[in-house]
Design a protein around this ligand. Structure first.
Ligand SMILES: [Zn+2]
Ligand SMILES: [Zn+2]
Length: 378
C-alpha cells in the first residue's frame, strides 16, 4: 500500500497543497513528493502538480511546477534534505505549463542539466519565418494553435515561454531511454506529443499526466500536427503516432504492458496523489483499462448524438457535457475533447467532417474494433 511507504514531512491542505512527503520504496530508494499550487479552479481543477525528487544513483527532479514556483520548490527540496545544487538533472514529464513552468528558474539557480523528449526540444523554440501563415507566429511552435484565446496566452504564457525557449536540452530520442543505472524513461505521447513515463528500479512508475486518478487526462488533437509538421519531420512523420486520442490510447496500452512486467509498482501521478483528504492508490492496469473504456464509450455517445444529424464540435460538446463543465473556459476544454474523439471516429470511417465544420455519422460503428487493434510503438 502506498500509505505504508509514505512519511508526511509537512502537512498540507485537503488537496495536498503545502504538503511535503517522503516515499520509501521496498529497495530502500526514496522519492520526495513536492506538490506545487496551480491556479486552475472549478470543475476542471487538477489540484497541485506533484513534482518528485528521485534519490537514484544521484538525485534527480521530475517536473518543476507552474511559472513562479521555482523558489518554493527548492525550499521544499531543502526541507526534504536535498539541495538544488545536488541534482544530477531535471527531467520534464511533458511541456505543459503546470510541469515545466519553473524550469528556467530552477536551471538559473542550480545550473542543472535538463532532460526532455526530443519533441519538447523542437516545440519550445520560436520559428517566425517557418510558421504557417494562419498561426500565432509570435509564440513558440508548441503554442501556434492553442485552443485557449490569444488574450489569455498573452497574459499568462509569454514570459514563461520566453524563459524556456533558450534552454539547452539533453534530448531523449529513443522510445525507451536509460536515465541512469536505476531509471528508465518511456515515450508515451497522446496527452501531449512529448509525454514521458519514468520507471524507477522496477518498483515505481512516475506517470505524469498520462494516467491520473479520479479525472481523465485530456487527449491532444491530431490536427495540431498539420501546423508543426515541418518542425517534427522527418523523425515524426505521422500525426496519429504522437498527437490525439489514437496515440493516447496506444500509450495507455504501453503503460499496461510496462506495469505487467513489474510486481505491484507504486504509481505516482502528477496530479491528485492526495486529494479530498485521501491518498490515491493506482493500479495501473485497472486504471488504464478504465480510461480506455471511458474514451470508447464517449465515442459511442458522440455517434448517438450524431444520429439526430450533423453537428459541429461545439454543438456536440453542448449536447454531451454537463452544463457546469461548460462554464468559462470549460467549453473550450469540452470542445477539445470532442474533436479528439471525432478524429478517432473519422479515422475508422464512423464519421466524416463536412465542409461546414460539422461532423456527420456514416452509420458504421468500427470504433470499438479500431480501439482494440491500436498497438503501441516500442
Ligand atoms: Zn498536461
Ligand atoms: Zn498537468
Amino acid at each position: 500500500m502506498l500509505q505504508d511507504m509514505i512519511k508526511v514531512i509537512r502537512q498540507g491542505d485537503a488537496n495536498g497543497n503545502g504538503m511535503l512527503i517522503r516515499i520509501k520504496l521496498p529497495s530502500g530508494h526514496e522519492i520526495l513528493g513536492c506538490p506545487t499550487e496551480n491556479a486552475y479552479e472549478g470543475e476542471w481543477a487538477l489540484g497541485p502538480t506533484w513534482n518528485y525528487v528521485v534519490m537514484s544513483d544521484k538525485p534527480f527532479l521530475v517536473d518543476t511546477g507552474k511559472f513562479g514556483m521555482g523558489g518554493k520548490l527548492l525550499e521544499m527540496m531543502s526541507s526534504g534534505g536535498v539541495s538544488g545544487k545536488d541534482l544530477d538533472f531535471v527531467i520534464v514529464s511533458h511541456g505543459h505549463e503546470d510541469h515545466d513552468g519553473s524550469l528556467a528558474e530552477i536551471v538559473d539557480y542550480t545550473k542543472v542539466r535538463v532532460k526532455a523528449h526530443d519533441i519538447y526540444d523542437r516545440l519550445i523554440r520560436y520559428y517566425p519565418e517557418r510558421a504557417p501563415s494562419n498561426v500565432r507566429k509570435n509564440f513558440p511552435a508548441s503554442c501556434w494553435r492553442c485552443f485557449m484565446p490569444e488574450s489569455f496566452s498573452e497574459e499568462h504564457c509569454i514570459e514563461y515561454q520566453r524563459s524556456r525557449s533558450s534552454l539547452k536540452i539533453d534530448t531523449i530520442k529513443d522510445r525507451c531511454h536509460k536515465l541512469d543505472g536505476n531509471a528508465l524513461a518511456y515515450h508515451v505521447p497522446g496527452h501531449s506529443p512529448d509525454s514521458l513515463a519514468i520507471v524507477i528500479g522496477g518498483e515505481a512508475l512516475l506517470v505524469g499526466d498520462t494516467v491520473l486518478p479520479d479525472i481523465t487526462p485530456w487527449p491532444s488533437q491530431e490536427k495540431i500536427f498539420d501546423n508543426v509538421r515541418d518542425i517534427l519531420q522527418p523523425r515524426y512523420p505521422y500525426a496519429h503516432s504522437v498527437y490525439g486520442l489514437r496515440a493516447y490510447i496506444s500509450s495507455l496500452k504501453k503503460m499496461k504492458a510496462i506495469a505487467k512486467e513489474l510486481t505491484e509498482p507504486v504509481v505516482l501521478p502528477a496530479h491528485r496523489l492526495f486529494y479530498n483528504g485521501q491518498w490515491n492508490n493506482i493500479n495501473l492496469i485497472t486504471r488504464a483499462d478504465e480510461l480506455i473504456t471511458h474514451h470508447t464509450q464517449r465515442c459511442g455517445d458522440i455517434l448517438k448524438i450524431l444520429e439526430q444529424g450533423p453537428k459541429t464540435a461545439r454543438e456536440i460538446a453542448v449536447a454531451h457535457f454537463d452544463e457546469n463543465l461548460l462554464k468559462g473556459f470549460g467549453i473550450l476544454m469540452a470542445e477539445n475533447e470532442v474533436i479528439s474523439h471525432c478524429e478517432l471516429l473519422c479515422s475508422c470511417n464512423d464519421t466524416v467532417l463536412e465542409k461546414d465544420e460539422k461532423f456527420a455519422a456514416t452509420g458504421s460503428t468500427n470504433f470499438e474494433s479500431a480501439v482494440r487493434s491500436l498497438t503501441p510503438e516500442w
